[in-house]
Design a binder for this molecule. Sequence first.
Ligand SMILES: Cc1ncc(COP(=O)(O)O)c(C=O)c1O
Length: 370
Amino acid sequence: MTKVPLVDLWVQHQQIADEVQRGFARVFESTAFILGDDVRAFEEAFAQFCNVRHCVGVANGTDALELMLRAVGIGMGDEVILPANTFIASALAVARAGATPVLVDADPLYHLIDVHQVERRLGLRAKAILAVHLYGQMAAMEDLQGIAQTAGVTLLEDAAQAQGAKRHGRGIGGWGIAAGTSFYPGKNLGAYGDGGAVLTNSDAVAQKVRALRNYGSEVKYDHPECGFNSRLDTLQAVVLRAKLARLAAWNQARCQAAQRYHELLQGADDVTVPATLAGNEHVWHLYVVRVARRNEVVKRLNAAGVGAGVHYPVPIHLQGAFKHLGHKRGDFPAAEAAADEILSLPLFPGITPEQQQFVVAELKKALCQP
Ligand SMILES: Cc1ncc(COP(=O)(O)O)c(C=O)c1O
C-alpha cells in the first residue's frame, strides 16, 4: 500500500467538489458542451492570473506547444533548440509541427536549459528556442531573450510545469512570444482529464491559435487553412475555474512543503537537494533530489509505501523516437548524469508534516542499506 503517494489529488478535489458539481450542472442544463461561457471565463481568468493578454485553451499540453509553434510560423526545415532533459512532449511538439528538434544540455545545478549551449547551437536554420521551465522554476529567460533578439529567432516557453512561477516578477508567457502549458491532472493547475493552453501577449499569435484549435476556422464553415480539433473541453474549464481560484494558495503550500523538505534533509550528505535559480519564484511542481544508486533507492522507497518517481529516467536524445537525430550516450553529460540520479519526492498541496517526515525517514533508511 502507498502510504504517501507522489501526488494526492483527492485533497484538492475535496475543496472544490461542490463548486465543480454546480458547474457541471450548469453546463448540462445549458447543453453548451463545446467552448462556451466556461471556457471563455477560464481563459480570461488565467490570462489575468499570468498577467498576459491572451489565454487560448486547447485539448492538452502537447497540442498547446505544437499549435504555438505553428502559430509563430515554425514548420518544415526549421530548427528549434530545446533541452535534452525534458518530458518527451516538448520534443514531440517540435517534430509534429514539422520542424527538427536541436537538443542542448542542461546545467548541472538547476537542470534548466544551458544558455551557453543555446548560443553555440544557433545555426542558419534555427528559428526558435523552446525554453522548458522544469520542475516549477523558470529558465534564465533574460539571457535567452538577449540571445534570441541578437540572433533574430523566436523565444518560446514550455510552461507545463510552471503555472504561477515568476522570474524577476514576470510570469509564464510574459518572456517569450508565447508559452504552452498543460492541465494534465497532476500539474499545479490540473484538470480532471486532458487540457492545455497557449499564453501570449501577441494578438496575432492568439488569433492564429484560436483558428488552429478550431479546424483552421475563424468564421463557421470557412477554412482558409488546415487546422485541428483541439479545444479545451468545457467540463474541464469548469474544474480549472474552481482550481484557479485556489492556485496561488496551493502553490504557497507547495513552497512550504519544499521548505520543510529542505529542513528535514539538512545534514543528509548523500542527498543533493534542489536549488533555485536566483530571481525565480519557484512553484515546486516537483521536489527533485539527487542520490547515488537511484534505482535501488526508488525500489526501496516504493516498497516502504513512498510514491517516489523519476522525472525523467531517459533524456530525449536517448529515446527511440528521436534516434534519427543521431545522438549517442555522452552527448549531453549533465542531462545523462541527472537522469541516472534524480528522484522526485511526494509533494502536493495538503501533504502533512508527518507524511514528509515519513518520506525523509524512509529515504535515509534506503540510503543506509548496503
Ligand atoms: C514539460 C512538459 N511539456 C509538455 C507536457 C505535455 O503536456 P500534456 O501531457 O498535457 O500533453 C508535459 C506534461 O505532461 C510536460 O511536463
